[in-house]
Design a protein around this ligand. Structure first.
Ligand code: FES
Length: 117
């Protein structure tokens, strides 16, 4: 019996050595950009491109509890993905992340990785 398409899958995407506190790292899973942020020791994972227009968020800035897109300066909550300023309206999709044996492990859907755009 095969797992349904919607079943979660756990994917190792990076080593914590490559994600020191206060930094971010773009990774790809199935061709989808995912941004990892080490926020005061807690790893957050979210879609790697802005929900406003196509722009890579690792070119932006960590600003307190949010990330700021460098193109039009919308901020997004690191924990929830919520858009905090215009022009972005849609939240960033976020993905559960944990650290296992020094590696970042994401729980992703079995099918297509959701991205808001
Ligand atoms: S592309 Fe990010 S705010 Fe416009």
């Amino acid at each position: 019996m095969t797992a349904p398409e919607t079943a979660g899958r756990r994917v190792r995407v990076a080593r914590m050595d490559d994600l020191p506190a206060g930094t971010m790292l773009m990774v790809q899973v199935d061709g989808t950009n995912i941004l990892l942020v080490n926020h005061e020791g807690t790893v957050r994972a979210m879609q790697g491109t802005c929900s406003h227009e196509y722009f890579e968020l690792d070119r932006g800035f960590i600003t307190g509890d949010s990330i700021t897109c460098a193109l039009h300066l919308s901020r997004f909550d690191l924990a929830t993905g919520e858009a905090l300023d215009p022009p972005a309206e849609l939240p960033l999709a976020t993905y559960p992340a944990e650290v296992v044996d020094g590696e970042v492990v994401l729980t992703l859907p079995g099918g297509e990785i959701p991205v808001n755009e």
